[in-house]
Structure formats: structure tokens, C-alpha cells
Design a protein around this ligand. Structure first.
Ligand code: TK8
Length: 339
């Protein structure tokens, strides 16, 4: 054989070999899931996204890969929600409160003092009412998988301890981009300013705002203790996070792939709630050790705050629908009445 002929034969043989390989490679090219979140990697949110990612990769035998992208590197909650709707991003976890502009029923979870404890929150969120609220998402281009715990929210600021309602007067307080929060804190006398979470640390640092409200876990993991002196324990609302998928993308998955995601989301939820509660139990002591001055509101003042805050309830009922509102109140009454 001439040299030319030999190399032609070799090339043909190589092509014949490579063709099926290319087809196989196409087949096993993993599905990439860009999973965005707002807090940093060291937070309870970051830890739980990691658990989710590991389970998805394992259960799919590496055919689904999760690229976890934290610290709002894909944008704050509201921007990621739009990216999911448009199909430019596959998954995210964020506050239900920032989702209300898209799905008004989510405002149910903004109700001040709705839940008395974590058990009530779990029961309602994981039960038919939580599902009903989540079921409103697909018509908006989103699929909700599970609720995680952000937690009961507390106030911090750089001006003074909040011991009574009047101490909030004129405090420039960052709130989430959500009308219930805006109205609630205006009602309490604060100068409420909506801002995305990703801008919060520097807004506190530069004193663009005096204070904010978030669960103790976030106050710790986002290092707000570096720029906030006073922490007032108010537990004014229980704030859930919601794990969501782009519906555009979800609809193209097989039933098996969807099940892998749902199973992993449920496992991550169980991990996340346990981890968050363990961290919350030590967070106050940690924050004190880091120099924060912590106070509990006297009971009479807490009652005044509660009284003022629950004035927004009527407007929440109107916007989520009175059926859903009444169903929730009835379910809670039943939980509290029947042991
Ligand atoms: C993180 C936010 C955060 C929320 C807030 O993206 O904005 O204060 O509590 O957890 O969703």
C-alpha cells in the first residue's frame, strides 16, 4: 500500500470508530443546572444547595450536574426569577417575599406573626395550603419544588436598641422588595426602604440605611454584626425560602429526571431545616460574642408591635383571596386547638 492509501484507510477506520463515540458522547453530555442563590457559600442556604447538588449528581449517575452559584452572582432574587421564567437559568432558591410581584398568593407567608413556631410553619408549608400556593407558580412560568426555612426575622440597626415601638421612629430600615413589608414597617414608624439583599451589606456599611431585618442565621453568615450594633429579638414574621425550577426547562425533562430533582429537593429541605435550627440555636450567643448588643422586647411592647403589624392582615387577605386566608386561619386554629 502506498503511504497515501494507508493513511486514507486509517482515517476511514478512525472515522468509523469515532462516529458512534460521538453519538454516545452526545448522549451522556450531562444536563447542566445553574442553581442560583443570594447568600454566601458558608450560609445555611449555601450548605443546603450543596446537599441538593450532591444528591442530584449521585442519583442521576452524573447525567445531571448542578453548578451552584451563590452570593447573588446570577443577580438578586427578582432577577433570577425572571431568568427562570425566560429559561436562561434552570434553578434558584430565594425568599417567597420577593416573589409576590409575580404570584400574589405568596403574600400569605408575609403575614406578621402567622406562625407561632417552626412546627406550625412546617405543617402548613408542607401541607395542602403550602401546595396550593405553590401550584399558582406554573401559570407564571415557574415550578416550586419545596419550601426551605429562612426563619423568624429579627431587627438590627446601628442607632439604638429597639425597646419600644417609638424607638423605630425615623430609623431608615431596609426591607425586601415587597409591599406587605413596606407597609408593615411604615406602620411601625420606620422609614422603610426596599432594596435587594445583594446591596444590603454595603448599604449598612455606608449608612445609606440604619437597619434591616432577617433571621439570626443570615445576620451571622452575612456578617451584619460588623456593621450593626443592636439586635432586637422580635420574631415578627416567619420567612420561607422556596426552591424553584424554570418551567420552560422543567417541561423538557423526562419523568425520571423530574423525580430526581424533586427527591433531592425534599432531602435538601429536611437537611436545611435541621441545619438552620441548629445554627439558630447558637447564633444569638455568637452574635453577642461578636459584639452585638441583644435585647428582647418587653412583653407589653411586643404586644403593641403585634397589634400594629396585624393591621396589615386585612390587605393580605384581600390580595391572596379570602378563601385561602380563611382556610389558613382555620388550619392554624385546628393545629393549636387539637393536640
Ligand atoms: C437572599 C434573600 C434573603 C432575604 C432578604 O437572596 O432579602 O432579606 O431574607 O434571604 O432572599
Amino acid at each position: 500500500m502506498t503511504l497515501l492509501r494507508r493513511s486514507l484507510v486509517a482515517a476511514a477506520a478512525a472515522a468509523a470508530l469515532l462516529a458512534p463515540l460521538a453519538a454516545v458522547a452526545q448522549d451522556i453530555k450531562p444536563r447542566l443546572i445553574r442553581f442560583g442563590y443570594g447568600l454566601n457559600e458558608q450560609s445555611n442556604q449555601g450548605r443546603a444547595v450543596k446537599i441538593f447538588a450532591e444528591q442530584v449528581e449521585k442519583a442521576s449517575g452524573g447525567k445531571m450536574r448542578v453548578r451552584a452559584i451563590g452570593a447573588a452572582a446570577l443577580g438578586p432574587d427578582v432577577q433570577m426569577q425572571q431568568a427562570l421564567i425566560g429559561g436562561a437559568q434552570e434553578m434558584m432558591v430565594g425568599s417567597t417575599a420577593t416573589l409576590v410581584g409575580i404570584s400574589k398568593e405568596m403574600a400569605l407567608w408575609d403575614t406578621p406573626f402567622l406562625f407561632n413556631n417552626a412546627k406550625e410553619a412546617d405543617t402548613i408549608l408542607d401541607g395542602p395550603i403550602g401546595q396550593k400556593v405553590m401550584d399558582k407558580l406554573p401559570e407564571k412560568g415557574l415550578v416550586g419544588l419545596v419550601y426551605w426555612e429562612n426563619g423568624f426575622r429579627n431587627l438590627t440597626n446601628s442607632k439604638r436598641p429597639v425597646n419600644k415601638l417609638e424607638d423605630l421612629d425615623g430609623i431608615k430600615l431596609r426591607v425586601m422588595q415587597n409591599n406587605v413589608y413596606l407597609d408593615s414597617f411604615k406602620t411601625l414608624g420606620a422609614n422603610a426602604v426596599p432594596l435587594p439583599f445583594s446591596e444590603l451589606f454595603s448599604a449598612l456599611e455606608t449608612k445609606t440605611v440604619d437597619g434591616q431585618e432577617n433571621p439570626v442565621n443570615t445576620i451571622l453568615s452575612s456578617k451584619f454584626f460588623e456593621v450593626q450594633k443592636y439586635l432586637s429579638v422580635t420574631n415578627h414574621v416567619y420567612s420561607p425560602w422556596i426552591v424553584m425550577v424554570s418551567k420552560k426547562w422543567w417541561d423538557g425533562l423526562s419523568k425520571d429526571e423530574q423525580k430526581i430533582l424533586l427527591d433531592a429537593a425534599r432531602a435538601s429541605r429536611d437537611f436545611e431545616r435541621k441545619d438552620t435550627r441548629e445554627e439558630a440555636a447558637r447564633a444569638l450567643a455568637d452574635l453577642k460574642a461578636k459584639g452585638m448588643q441583644v435585647n428582647e422586647l418587653p412583653a407589653a411592647e411586643a404586644a403593641r408591635m403585634r397589634d400594629k403589624l396585624t393591621k396589615v392582615n386585612a390587605s393580605i387577605g384581600a390580595s391572596v383571596g379570602m378563601d385561602l386566608w380563611n382556610e389558613t386561619q382555620a388550619a392554624l386554629a385546628k393545629l393549636r386547638g387539637g393536640k
